[in-house]
Write a protein that binds this ligand. Structure first.
Ligand code: BGC
Length: 551
C-alpha cells in the first residue's frame, strides 16, 4: 500500500495553493451539499436500507425539565465507556456520579460477547464501588432480601438506560439491531443482533439484577438532555470522535413506518439520522486524495463518508496525509527539509488534539493565552514547539515557515469540517420548516411561513470537537448564516449537552420504566398480599416510589 501521495509541481507555492484550494468549500458547493443532504434524508425517511439510515427511535415525547428519578446509565460509543447514576431533580437540574472505563482495541475488535461481558462487569464494579444503588426501585423491594421473592419473574431489577452510539435499527424503545460498527469498533458477531439482548444476556450470565429498559443513541441523549435542562430542543448533534444528529420529526414524514402501531400513537418522533453515513458515494462531498487515503486505509472503507471529513477520529489523519505528501513533494520537499518521523509515518500518528493545540497557539488561547501578547514570530515559535513534540521531529528540521504551513493546513481542515457540519444543521432546519435555504445571498423560492418564526431554536451539542476545538462553533455558525440567513442563524441556540449521553439514557429509562411500573408494582403487591406481608389496599391504590412521581 503506498505510504504517501507525493506531489509534483513547478514551484512550492503552486503545490501549497493547490492543496489549500482542494480543501476549500465555497458557498455554492455548501448549498449543493445541503440539497444532496436533504435528498438523502428523504430517501432514508421513505425506505429502509439507506446509508443515511434515518432511524425512528420510538422516542415520542420531549422532556420539559420536570422529570424526576434516579437511573443507571451505561454509555458506549466514544473513547471511553462510562457507567453513571443520574439523578433527575425535576427542576431542569440533575446530579451525576460516574466512572469511566477504558475500552481496549482488543475489546473493540474481539468477540462481541467478550465486549458485552466487559460492559456488564463495569456496571457490576460501579454498583459494588458505589454501594447500594439509589435507583428507581420500589421502596418495598429495595429493603427486602431478593431471595425472598421466589419466582424469577418477580425479582426486582435496577433499570438501566443504554446509550449505544452506533447505527442501530430500533424496533422499540428497548430493542434494536446493530447495522454496522463505526469509529474503529469491529467486534465480531454483533452486526444484525439486538444490542439490548446482547447486554441483557451478559447481565444474566453474571446473575446481575439489572435490566436494560431503554436504548438511545448519543445524539438522542444530547437532544433529550438539552431539552430537559433548557426547556426545548429540536436537534441533538455530536461532533466528537464521530458525528451524527437526531431531530424531532413529524410522524407523517416518516413514511417507511407505514401504518404501524407507532404511527397511531403520536404525531412526532425523534429520528436518528446517522448523518455520518451521508453521501458514501462521495458524489457531492469535496474528496481530495488525502481523504481517499484515509478512507481506503480505514477499518470501514466506503462507509461513514461524511464522518470522515468532520469528526475527531479522522481530522488528525487527514492532516498527517497532507503533511507527509508535502515532505515527499518533488522535485523539492516542501516541509521539514524532507525529514519525517516514526510518529508521522504511522497511521493515526497525528491526533486531532494536535490540530487543536496548533490553533490554540496561533489564536493565543488555552495554554497559550492571553491572546493580545505575542508577535506572529512568537506564535509560530509555539507552533514549532508543538510540532517538534507531537510529531517527534528533530528540532533543526522544523523551520518557522514549516510551522506556518502546518498551521494553515490545520486551519483549512478544521474550517472544512465546520462548514460541512453546517450543511447538516441547515438541512435539519429546512426539513423541520424552521429555515429557508439561501443561495448566493438569495432565499430559494418558498413562501410558506416558518415554524417557530421569531423564536429560539434549541440545539444540543456534545463531543470533543465542539467542546474543545478552537472556535468550531463560531466557524459552523458563519457557514450556517450563509445557508439559512442571519435571522434564523441568530435564533439557533446551540448549547452544550454536557453529560447528555447519561442524562438522555436516564430520561429514556424513565419513560420505559413508567410504562413497566404499573405491571411491576401490581406483581409485587399481589405477591405481598398473597404472603400476608401487606394487607389488601384496594384496587385503586397506586403508591409509586417517590423517585418516579410525576411532578
Ligand atoms: C455513529 C453514531 C454516533 C456518532 C457520534 C457515529 O460513528 O454511527 O451512531 O451517534 O458516531 O458518536
Amino acid at each position: 500500500m503506498p505510504q504517501t501521495h507525493a506531489i509534483y509541481a513547478h514551484t512550492g507555492e503552486d503545490v501549497l495553493s493547490s492543496v489549500f484550494q482542494q480543501l476549500d468549500v465555497d458557498d455554492d458547493r455548501l448549498f449543493n451539499i445541503t440539497m444532496t443532504f436533504l435528498h438523502e434524508m428523504w430517501d432514508g425517511l421513505n425506505n429502509y436500507g439507506h446509508d443515511m439510515a434515518m432511524i425512528p427511535t420510538f422516542v415520542r415525547s420531549i422532556p420539559d425539565g420536570s422529570e424526576k428519578g434516579t437511573f443507571l446509565a451505561l454509555d458506549l460509543g466514544g473513547t471511553n465507556l462510562r457507567v453513571c447514576e443520574v439523578n433527575l431533580h425535576g427542576d431542569k437540574t440533575f446530579s451525576l456520579r460516574q466512572q469511566k472505563y477504558k475500552v481496549s482495541d482488543a475489546l473493540k475488535t474481539g468477540e462481541a460477547t467478550t465486549l458485552f461481558d466487559y460492559l456488564a462487569d463495569s456496571v457490576d464494579a460501579f454498583l459494588t464501588d458505589s454501594g447500594s444503588p439509589n435507583c428507581a426501585l420500589p421502596p418495598s423491594l429495595a429493603r427486602r432480601n431478593l431471595a425472598e421473592v421466589s419466582d424469577e419473574e418477580d425479582v426486582p431489577y435496577i433499570p438501566l438506560g443504554l446509550t449505544f452510539s452506533f447505527p442501530v435499527e430500533q424496533t422499540a424503545l428497548d430493542s434494536g439491531k446493530l447495522l454496522t460498527w463505526t469509529k474503529g469498533f469491529a467486534a465480531k458477531n454483533a452486526i444484525g443482533n439486538d444490542v439490548v439482548k446482547l447486554l441483557q444476556d451478559a447481565f444474566d450470565r453474571k446473575n446481575m439484577h439489572v435490566r436494560c429498559v431503554a436504548l438511545v443513541n448519543d445524539t438522542v441523549g444530547a437532544l433529550l438532555s438539552r431539552a430537559y435542562t433548557s426547556g426545548g430542543c429540536i436537534l441533538g448533534a455530536i461532533f466528537g470522535t464521530g458525528t451524527n444528529g437526531a431531530y424531532v420529526e413529524d410522524m407523517a414524514s416518516i413514511s417507511k413506518l407505514g401504518r404501524s402501531a407507532a404511527v397511531k400513537e403520536g404525531n412526532l418522533m425523534v429520528v436518528n439520522t446517522e448523518w455520518g453515513g451521508f453521501n458514501n458515494s462521495r458524489s457531492a462531498l469535496p474528496s481530495t486524495p488525502y481523504d481517499n487515503k484515509v478512507d481506503r486505509e480505514s477499518i470501514n472503507p466506503g462507509k461513514q463518508a461524511f464522518e470522515k471529513f468532520i469528526s475527531g477520529m479522522y481530522l488528525g489523519e487527514i492532516t498527517r496525509n497532507v503533511i507527509v505528501s508535502l515532505i515527499d513533494a518533488a522535485p523539492k520537499p516542501l516541509l521539514f527539509s524532507g525529514h519525517s518521523s516514526k510518529q508521522l509515518n504511522k497511521q493515526w500518528g497525528v491526533d486531532t488534539a494536535v490540530l487543536s493545540e496548533v490553533e490554540e497557539a496561533w489564536e493565543g488561547i488555552g495554554r497559550f493565552a492571553p491572546e493580545d501578547t505575542g508577535s506572529t514570530a512568537e506564535k509560530l515559535e509555539h507552533i514549532r514547539d508543538v510540532i517538534i513534540k507531537r510529531m517527534e521531529l528533530p528540532p533543526d528540521s522544523v523551520s518557522l515557515n514549516d510551522a506556518d504551513v502546518v498551521r494553515k493546513i490545520c486551519t483549512h481542515i478544521a474550517w472544512r469540517a465546520a462548514r460541512l457540519s453546517s450543511c447538516a444543521v441547515a438541512a435539519v432546519l429546512f426539513q423541520t420548516g424552521r429555515a429557508r435555504l439561501t443561495r448566493g445571498g438569495e432565499e430559494t423560492k418558498n413562501t410558506a411561513p416558518l415554524v417557530d418564526e421569531g423564536k429560539r431554536i434549541g440545539v444540543g451539542v456534545d463531543g470533543s470537537l465542539v467542546e474543545h476545538y478552537p472556535y468550531f462553533e463560531k466557524k459552523l455558525r458563519a457557514s450556517l448564516r450563509v445557508l439559512v440567513g442571519e435571522d434564523v442563524e441568530r435564533r439557533v441556540d446551540i448549547g452544550l449537552a454536557k453529560d447528555g449521553s447519561g442524562v438522555g439514557a436516564a430520561l429514556c429509562a424513565l419513560v420505559a420504566y413508567r410504562q413497566n411500573m404499573v405491571k411491576q408494582y401490581h406483581t409485587v403487591y399481589e405477591h405481598e398480599v398473597a404472603n400476608g406481608v401487606t394487607e389488601s389496599r384496594g384496587a385503586e391504590h397506586s403508591a409509586y416510589p417517590d423517585s418516579l412521581a410525576r411532578t
